[in-house]
Ligand binder design. Sequence first.
Ligand code: GLP
Length: 249
Amino acid sequence: MRVIVTENYEKLSEVAAGIIAKVIVSKPDAVLGLATGTSPIGTYKKLIEYCENGLLSFAKVKTANLDEYVGLSPSHDQSYHYFMNDNLFDHIDILKDNVRVPDGTGKDLDKNCKDYDAYLEKTPRDLQLLGIGGNGHIGFNEPKTPFGSKTHIVDLTEKTRKDNSRLFKEGETVPEKAITMGISEICQAKKVLLVANGENKADAVYKMVCGPVSEDCPASVLQLHPDAVVVLDKAAAKRLDASVITETL
Ligand code: GLP
């Protein structure tokens, strides 16, 4: 696991976007696994900038998102599909036919999970971008999710619903369930890039990097990935000893 510690969120975003851009430049039809949450927003801003400046094109890129709330349609402004359009897809030259977000709507959610598994299987990802939850979750794979899991429906923990409520308007309730890519599928990406900023992530980051590889901290599985890169700001890296830091930028 490569651990890069940056001065601040701006620098973190620049470094993470640089890693993604390199993948696209060396393979214009790359497949990217993408994430929502506040952590990758700066990274997406940088990618939009590179695209606007003509440095990067997403014309042949395909994407597959990590997760989605159950019951929210893509047009709902709290859905992750909406988030992706708003924060990235609407501002770059990607073809909307080339983007996938798990479908949390309809009566047969099991079929939605199987369809997503099949898509991931036939569309191997060159890179998977991740954030990390305060309890170490990746995607919506909460602690105790089996490492071998595939796309599934999850009951969100109270902590996750509380953490995510800050992104909802007053009076709106955070859905109780979500559909998420499984941990085994996250790990199938050739490269995994996790971004985390802020002191509230410091404990989860510490467990991911230094703790035992355990289903109690889903992100700890990345210790076993052959090409995992973690990009942090100083605050998220607060508990890390210098010996586990690969680079400081
Ligand atoms: C949500 C998402 C995760 C994300 C996490 C952290 O639960 N499902 O994919 O990594 O939140 O979000 P943030 O980056 O806003 O802290």
